[in-house]
Design a protein around this ligand. Structure first.
Ligand SMILES: [Zn+2]
Length: 306
């Protein structure tokens, strides 16, 4: 398999779900081995380039954020990352003129459509993949846990467990094969409980959130007038999120992710633990980099993961 990029630039715009800020985004073709890189075009006095990689990830409860050494960052990148992974795009430059990616309709479907509009360019360099050799797991004090283990392809086994009866306990097994992302995950929207909205707003979050870009549940009821897109939309969205976080490894992964009550902090800890244990993985067809050179994991991330 060869690396890919876009055939032509495409753009979109919208508000950030937490910042409430309206931003414009451009996705541009990039050369082989470039990876997924964000560029903050509104920042001109510091380094505004932020690679979308685990060594740039900042622990953040409600979204996935990457930041560079000049503390220039972009948050809520997970749905874009998931759409890129699910669509098989390896290399892209993403320009954004604000601190948070737009939430669009709360799912990855508008992003998949954007990528389809751009078209896929096949580049003349082999695509490396990260192969899981030995199991590694992490857990958090809240009872959530995640594990990476060897498998013949990429598989995600995700379980969620919420008090609200409309969400409840849901489980999904997802295998990433051609077309599976668009069919099974892309249209699942982000969600929250109405009881959490006030707390998030007081914390300066969810300023851009609405029934237009999130499913909101309140004590057994879906508040959105049109209801759910599918009955298990919640676990499908969480699977979408995990897939997006996994792409912070910078290349496709061959292995199984098993997660119970996943969240972005859990994802970042799992990937940091993986990086800190190089005996657990290898890179195949790795024309891109030596194993040790690709990621520089912050020491505190490694310490936090064990
Ligand atoms: Zn999400």
């Amino acid at each position: 398999m060869m690396q890919t990029s876009l055939q032509k630039p495409v753009g979109t715009s919208g508000i950030g779900v937490h910042s409430g800020r309206f931003v414009s985004v451009r996705l541009l073709p990039a050369e082989a081995d470039h990876g997924v890189v964000f560029v903050r075009t509104d920042i001109t006095d510091r380094n505004n380039i932020i690679p979308a990689r685990i060594d740039h990830a900042i622990e953040s409860r409600l979204c996935t954020k990457v930041e560079n050494a000049d503390q220039v960052g972009v948050s809520t990148i997970e749905h874009f990352m998931s759409a890129l992974f699910g669509s098989g795009i390896d290399n892209v430059r993403i320009e954004v003129d604000g601190p948070e990616m737009p939430i669009l309709d709360g799912s990855a479907r508008p992003i998949v459509e954007l990528l389809e509009r751009a078209g896929k360019a096949v580049l003349s360099k082999a695509r490396p993949r990260l192969v899981i050799l030995h199991e590694i797991s992490v857990s958090l004090p809240d009872g959530s846990s995640a594990r990476l283990s060897p498998a013949d392809q990429l598989e995600l086994d995700i379980e969620i467990d919420f008090d609200d009866p409309v969400i409840g306990n849901q489980r999904l097994s997802y295998q990433q094969v051609n077309g599976s992302f668009g069919e099974q995950l892309a249209h699942a929207r982000t969600f929250c409980r109405f009881s959490d909205v006030e707390g998030m707003r007081q914390a300066g979050l969810a300023k851009g959130g609405s029934l237009e870009n999130a499913v909101v549940v309140d004590d057994g009821t879906v508040m959105n007038p049109d209801g759910l897109r599918m009955q298990d939309e919640f676990v499908r969205h969480k699977t979408l999120d995990v897939l997006g976080d996994l792409y912070l490894l910078g290349m496709p992964v061959q292995g199984r992710v098993t997660a119970y009550r996943p969240g972005h902090i859990l994802s970042v800890r799992l990937l940091a633990a993986l990086m800190a244990n190089p005996q657990c993985w290898t890179i195949e067809d790795g024309s891109r980099q030596s194993k040790s050179a690709h990621w520089q994991i912050p020491e505190q991330a490694v310490a936090a993961s064990v």
